[in-house]
Design a protein around this ligand. Sequence first.
Ligand SMILES: C[S@@+](CC[C@H](N)C(=O)[O-])C[C@H]1O[C@@H](n2cnc3c(N)ncnc32)[C@H](O)[C@@H]1O
Length: 452
Amino acid sequence: MSATPAILLSPPVGRAMLTWNGKQPPPPLAVPAAVEVERCGSGDQLLIHGENLAALAWLLANGYRRRINLIYIDPPFGSGIDRARRVRLRGPGPARLIPVADVEYRDTWNDDAYLQFMYERLIALREVLADDGCIYLHCDFRKAHHLRCLMDEVFGAERMLNEIIWFYPRGGDGERQFNRKHDTILLYARGDRWTFNYDETLIPYTRRQLARFCHEDERGRYYWNVNPRGERVKTYLRKPGIGAYDVWTIPIDAALARDLGYPTAKPLALLERIIRASSRPGDLVLDCFAGSGTTAVAAQRLGRRWIACDVNAGAIQVAARRLRNAMLEHTPLSAGFAAWRIGDAAPAPQGDVRIRVTHHSDQATITVEAYANPLLADISPTLPDWRCVVDEILIDPAYDGAVFRPVVVDAPLRRAVLVRGVYAIARANIGASLALKIVDAAGGEAFTVVPM
Ligand SMILES: C[S@@+](CC[C@H](N)C(=O)[O-])C[C@H]1O[C@@H](n2cnc3c(N)ncnc32)[C@H](O)[C@@H]1O
């Protein structure tokens, strides 16, 4: 895939518009340089580390114009919270969360900058969306009213399909107002046709509801001889459930968010409902505020293809780890993804790793002797084992010097389990160079190449 001249995007015209200080039409998009850095399996899915406007320019320049069937985005909400990074130590025993001097996630915006940011991205997203595609925009009470106006402006008010309320009952006490326990998800179509898999969205009847359809006619069809208004007419059981409402009660998966170390991770059940409803197997799903990769994982589990992008190196690490695990668990249409770095995406903080290679006649043993990340300098000396801060060790025993293709993947999902640190690799699988990558719990990583 090669770079091309800048992409021109047109602002929408002839529609009601929200305005703000400094509102600008979208600037021409320079197509950034892109490099494939890692490949996992053989699928054509993309995990992109980079700023999403740059990533969208790159996708537009590389054949993805109007190719995406479904978009879900969960952008910053303007919560005013800049979250410090906390490291959850691995290993048996009680969970320990240790703050480190680093900001993991910034969500403080001035209103004008936020609206311009979203405006430019929504216009670019419309360009990649297929004619019969849909977009879900996840937000909350802080920005939902502005974003609805922006969506009307970019996609057209007549393309609005639903304002979905995601209600997540959970503790909390609003003593000065009602408890704020819902998010808003705006669903728009790009054109006048769109995918909606009605049967996939049905809520199964309860046993009590089913029991009402107790009469059988001469053709073996079940019916209820009273309709919902109480009149004596036959109401047939035509479908396996009731049409879903636009208010969804799905609990937050706090354990998942905690284990991933990604507090804004959305429940898989939420994304699976969206993907089932608005895409078909084999369709292409895009999330360019991917965070911990929930959309891509849900798409993978449901046999859809996906593209996920995030500007934060730590998010890409978490998403890659989840996706590798999802691929082991499921047999999807196309298992595998390529990880690309786009534009000037900031690399993860760099750590240092020391490894020892011992050669035997039929195999080599790789032993990781030590690992250190300057971000963790304060806590490392207090740890019983360097592995307490290591989330993942990956090895490509035949590294080609360009694209890292890990075949040894040691990435325990459960926090109580430590990485092994010692790996035996058959000689037949070893090339001229071996590359090893370590990812730590503070988002740092180390990459080392050794001649074999
Ligand atoms: C609310 S989180 C998404 C959480 C995600 N839905 C999940 O389930 O984990 C928003 C994400 O958007 C990313 N982000 C913010 N601005 C971005 C940008 N300009 N380009 C790409 N990613 C961005 C942040 O790094 C963050 O991971």
